[in-house]
Ligand binder design. Structure first.
Ligand SMILES: Cc1cc2nc3c(=O)[nH]c(=O)nc-3n(C[C@H](O)[C@H](O)[C@H](O)COP(=O)(O)OP(=O)(O)OC[C@H]3O[C@@H](n4cnc5c(N)ncnc54)[C@H](O)[C@@H]3O)c2cc1C
Length: 227
């Protein structure tokens, strides 16, 4: 086996629902793009909300290791959500995984975020975004993302964040012919082939989005041809 304890974490998930849930759609296709994620202890941003999965999950874990109940909160306004996820907005509110507040003061009070610091973080983000300047966390500009700033009129939408296991990076070692390699002999085990998530090492430390299925198809096809 290779990298057997490497598990990719999805930084878009929430502790307020079971499994994958609806939060990943609302964050990935909305709140992370247009909004900001803050550390509830100080009201400040702590990551590029559009960074790769590992960078974001690691940043969330830095907070959660220090304070296991201080789930970071991602915040945005309705302009965040594209038409394709409008039904998910209602679902997120109905299940309670996403909450809606008329004011930033109410949002801050609910999550016990220092109010002035939170307002300052939103102001700073919006100013940078509108000016098209480089963001302090090197997030792409909102122009690049075709996104708009947080609408200060509100209402404000928020989701608590907690990474959840998303992909097992490790698994059986295979060669380029999809033959499983023995840990004892470092040679192919006759007649044993593998493809997809059961294999390890194909994607390194952090799999990029959408390529797992390609991995399954490619090595599945190769295994078939090799047999
Ligand atoms: C929420 C989520 C979203 C994702 N989105 C994407 C995406 O957009 N694009 C992308 O490329 N990838 C995505 N992935 C990853 C991708 O879906 C998986 O990597 C891929 O489906 C794995 O396929 P697989 O056939 O290798 O393994 P699996 O789909 O896990 O199949 C293994 C099968 O083996 C069965 N099995 C296990 N043990 C035994 C046994 N002893 N006997 C018989 N059967 C057994 C299991 O029941 C299962 O059906 C996502 C993953 C998750 C969790």
């Amino acid at each position: 086996p290779v990298h057997i304890d490497w598990i990719q974490q999805g930084p878009w998930a929430s502790p307020d629902e079971r499994g994958f849930g609806v939060a990943p759609l609302l964050t990935q296709q909305g709140l992370f793009v247009h909004g900001i994620a803050v550390d509830v202890r100080n009201g400040k941003r702590f990551m590029n909300e559009m960074a790769d999965r590992k960078t974001r999950a690691d940043a969330e874990y830095v907070i959660l290791r220090e304070a296991p109940k201080a789930y970071p909160v991602v915040i945005g306004t309705y302009n965040t959500f594209g038409p394709q996820i409008y039904p998910q907005v209602d679902k997120g509110l109905a299940t309670g995984v996403m909450k809606k507040f008329d004011t930033l003061d109410a949002l801050a009070a609910n999550y016990k975020i220092p109010t002035d610091a939170l307002k300052e973080s939103v102001k700073k983000y919006n100013e940078t975004a509108l000016a098209g300047k480089e963001d302090e966390f090197k997030k792409q500009t909102l122009k690049d993302l075709k996104a708009t700033p947080i609408d200060m009129k509100g209402p404000f939408y928020a989701i608590r964040l907690m990474p959840k296991p998303h992909h097992t990076m490790g698994g059986l070692k295979i060669d380029t012919s999809a033959r499983v390699i023995s840990a004892n002999t470092n040679k192919p085990i006759p007649g044993l082939f593998a493809a997809g998530e059961v294999t390890g090492g194909t994607h390194g430390a952090s799999r990029l989005g959408t390529v797992a299925v390609t991995d399954c198809l490619t090595f599945g096809l190769i295994a078939g041809e090799t047999i």
